[in-house]
Ligand binder design. Structure first.
Ligand code: ADE
Length: 275
């Protein structure tokens, strides 16, 4: 008997990314979950034969703000759709001079400053504490980095993504504080998404696509949606190219995740089994 897993790649598209081109055998399908409805129907298809499932994080046309997203339904729907890995594509602001608009950051850490979201599949009746010390799957990070460098995209490997509640952008004092904390980028959506992916035992990685310099930057006093959207569209084209390059590289049958993402619950559940 083989222990090999045939990967199914879940793709979560952020602002500006509402479809994946080049997908064959495309079909939008609604998936229900015990947590409610995900942001939209899921787009099933294949890229060079590799099964993919795409979910526009905010729904097509961006009707749902970050605090109102049903993160549990989104992750559970991708799990139910058979996904084994998730690539999350997200628009962010930059907290560093060397990460200008148009730059991609394959982050490896998060600071979760969100406070108005459902953050766990577990709770009363079944208590679990998974480790998120290393919230990003390094195997997916490697694949993304190789693909991005192969396409000559401006990319940095590693960095901390500060996740804020929003929907307002940060104050200047907050932006300066996050810079002092050593954060690289700031956004509103990757938590609790990354924590829930870990609870669902899915490998997860984020490509943070810089749209603006946030408000700390001396030459960019305010962040405006106009400014973000302008850069977003160029970033979305690069993201689509990255997806087309990375998915085939991840498609081969593989063994267990070397980092243990797919076994995250093995030592996490503290509630005694029913007698
Ligand atoms: N998404 C894009 N730019 C952002 C910023 N500056 N702050 C928070 N989220 C963002």
């Amino acid at each position: 008997m083989s222990d090999l897993v045939t990967p199914v790649i879940g793709l979560i598209g952020g602002s500006g990314l509402y479809d994946i081109d080049g997908l064959e055998e495309r079909e939008w399908r609604r998936v229900e979950t015990p947590w409610g409805a995900p942001s939209d129907a899921l787009l099933f298809g294949r890229l060079e034969g590799v099964r993919c499932v795409f979910l526009p994080r905010h729904g097509r046309g961006h009707p749902t703000p970050p605090s109102e997203l049903n993160y549990r339904a989104n992750i559970d729907a991708l799990k139910r759709a058979g996904c084994t890995e998730i690539l999350s594509l997200s628009a962010v602001g930059s907290l560093r001079e060397d990460l200008p608009p148009g730059h991609f950051v394959i982050v490896d850490q998060f600071i979760d400053r969100t406070f108005a979201r459902q953050k766990s599949f577990f709770g009363t009746g079944c208590v679990a504490h998974v480790s998120v010390a290393h919230p990003v799957c390094p195997r997916l990070g490697d694949a993304l980095e190789t693909a991005a460098r192969g396409l000559a995209l401006p990319v940095t490997r590693g960095g901390t993504y500060l996740v804020m509640e929003g929907p307002q952008f940060s104050t200047k004092a907050e932006s300066e504080l996050y810079r002092q904390w050593g954060c690289s980028v700031i956004g509103m959506t990757n938590m609790p998404e990354a924590k829930l992916a870990r609870e669902a035992e899915l490998c997860y990685a984020t490509v943070a696509m810089v749209t603006d310099f946030d408000c700390w930057h001396p030459e960019h006093d305010h962040v405006t949606v106009d400014q973000v959207v302008k850069v977003l569209l160029g970033n979305a084209d690069k993201a689509r190219a990255l997806v087309r390059a990375v998915v085939p590289a991840l498609g081969a049958p593989r063994g267990p995740c070397p980092a243990g993402c797919d076994r995250a619950l093995d030592h996490a559940i503290i509630t005694a089994p029913e007698m």
